[in-house]
Design a binder for this molecule. Sequence first.
Ligand code: ZN
Length: 254
Amino acid sequence: MAIDTHAHIFDEAFDEDRDEVIQRIIEANINKVVVVGFSKETNNLALELAKKYDFIYPTTGYHPSEANDITDTDIIELESFINQNKVYAIGECGLDYYWVKDNIEKQKWLFNEQIKLAIKYDLPLVIHCRDAVADVYQILKGYKGQVHFVMHCYSGSVEMAREFVKLGGYISLGGPVTFKNAKTPKEVAIDVPLDRLLIETDCPYLAPTPYRGKRNEPAYVRNVLNEIALLRGMEVIELEHILDQNSINFFNLD
Ligand SMILES: [Zn+2]
């Protein structure tokens, strides 16, 4: 089996053929998919998919790009959502200075609120970080030993990956590790301690080679797995087994 730890199959990119995408998940022997919400609407969509398919595990949270619209009331709503529904992580949440950087304080507030919820409900945290690695690191450092987190679709340096691992974090790699010129993700794939590594697709985005530029889907997590096995000089089946166990442990999957 294999596990895709970060997918958005509620996305409208799958509206035309979602059943076929689900069928290919089964055919590819992917037996668990973590479906990650990032807004009020998508948190509900992730939950609906999980009710329909027992191999789908939902998460719930507010993405930093939602920050301008989120108020205290929405945080209270998020907390009651967590109380009322079985979710496997908080997130994706974090900081993104690529798209918007005139609301940094609001983004930090939103991130901190979700970290506090993760600690309170003993849930892992799925972190989105784009052009904001120093601030994400500083914030997480303030909660060292209290919060269980993964840097999703990690795109930073080997050195920063080591720092996140020192804070107890996991590093998740997706499609970019398969790209021909992706020197740094390949170095990270080799350097991360095996017990802190996860894999994902982040579909519909970031399709791995040979699908680069096309729509991504969970079945393609096998391309990510195969590439990392090659880079680390391991048998695919051996790496698959370790990564499955990491995913089950991290998200507390049944
Ligand atoms: Zn995502």
